[in-house]
Design a protein around this ligand. Structure first.
Ligand code: NAD
Length: 356
């Protein structure tokens, strides 16, 4: 199995190095090949997504991505900025399903702004559709209003739309993810107001017939946003559209209070995926050996589970992370009195040791 390793910029190099050490310690025969991306791609080949990097990403069975972006590239024209690499990879690889677990290990319950009893032990998965919705629908723009109360005035407008195959494929991803967990799926929409999301609800309900072992419920986005703060542990898997997912996934991430702990995956129709931490390249702490590598290590575990069919190895990594937290090891971002502060490489080495 071939894995493309794309560390990127800032802390990307340091955190991906630790995840690679963990992968190498599993005793599997993975072929790992690295390539520059983002600012590093621009520095090496004049483009954030160099041709050879894209070729490697296409050939590989899965991609482990660090993060891209650095202040020194902020003055470049938009198409050459590091962040374009991730958009280009999504487009070229057809990645349409964004999976973001929000997990709060009981040892880190104080990191959340919510009461520990509300969030301690939280373990939910948010699945956001990435290619459709009002973000990409045409037509869009600014025009003179053709009708309505403000006819003749300037107005901004966008088009919300979802094609049936687009809804079906994200629904399949969601039901299959729920099958690997507690077998409960909540589809979040706004079917009471929007035609697009009544259609979404109808299609998700149809796809449900193929997954009778999963319990499905539907929830309006406003209620979902409320329940996510009131009783987040009641959810198992949430699936929703591009815009609602954009908002809910960040809200869920903040429930945990520790951005350095959150992995993510973006999958295509064949479960090939790009795996990356939910945070950025953190140029403010790059090169200091203080970044938290756990989100990247947990992203590698997601890669084993969703793209490489190695659930047991994924469990080994997840359990090793739980073990080092139980041992009291903390990087600076999650440190609190009474625990032991360690650097990026020490944390990575502790996870390798905890694999057993
Ligand atoms: P950021 O996530 O990089 O950093 C936000 C804050 O969190 C910083 O204080 C940082 O030090 C801290 N932080 C982030 N990850 C951490 C970790 N693993 N351990 C400890 N602390 C951590 O967001 P930002 O500062 O808004 O953006 C920095 C750069 O990253 C920008 O160029 C941005 O465009 C880019 N970015 C890239 C991605 C991506 O590659 N997918 C995502 C978001 C932002």
């Amino acid at each position: 199995m071939k894995i493309a390793i794309l560390p990127g910029d800032g802390i990307g190099q340091e955190i991906v190095e630790q995840a690679v050490n963990v992968l190498n310690a599993l005793g599997e025969k993975f072929e790992l090949e690295s390539a520059p991306v983002g600012g590093a791609g621009y520095a090496a080949h004049g483009h954030p997504l160099p041709e050879d990097t894209l070729k490697l990403a296409k050939e590989a069975d899965a991609i482990l991505f660090g993060a891209v972006g650095d202040w020194q590239y902020d003055s470049l024209e938009r198409s050459l900025r590091p962040e374009q690499a991730i958009l280009g990879l999504r487009k070229h690889l057809g990645l349409f399903a964004n999976l973001r677990p929000a997990i709060l290990y009981p040892e880190l319950a104080n990191a959340s702004t919510l009461k520990p009893e509300v969030v301690s032990g939280l373990d939910i998965l948010i699945i956001r559709e990435l290619t459709g919705d009002v973000y990409f629908g045409q037509p869009r723009g600014v025009r003179t209003a053709p009708d309505g109360a403000f006819k003749g005035e300037r107005e901004g407008f966008d088009t919300m739309r979802y094609a049936e195959p687009e809804i079906r494929r994200i629904a399949h991803v969601a039901f299959q993810a729920a099958q690997k967990r507690d077998k409960r799926l909540t589809s979040v929409d706004k079917a009471n107001v929007l035609e697009t999301f009544q259609f979404w609800r109808d299609i998700v309900t149809e796809v449900h017939q193929e997954y009778p072992d999963v319990a499905l419920d539907h929830m309006y986005i406003d209620n979902a946003a409320m329940q996510l703060v009131r009783a987040p542990k009641k959810f198992d898997v949430i699936v929703t559209g591009n815009m609602f997912g954009d908002i809910l996934s960040d809200q869920a991430a903040m429930l945990t209070g520790s951005i350095g702990m959150l992995p993510s995956a973006s999958l295509d129709a064949n479960n090939k995926g790009l795996y990356e931490p939910s945070h950025g390249s953190a140029p403010d702490i790059a090169g200091k050996n203080i970044a938290n590598p756990l989100a990247t290590i947990l992203s590698a575990a997601m890669m084993l589970r969703f793209s490489l069919n190695k659930a047991e190895q994924a469990d080994r990594i997840d359990n090793a992370v739980k073990k080092v937290l139980a041992q009291g090891l903390r990087t600076a971002d999650i440190y609190e009195a009474g625990t032991t502060k360690v650097g990026t490489s020490e944390m990575g080495a502790a996870v390798v040791k905890a694999l057993g």
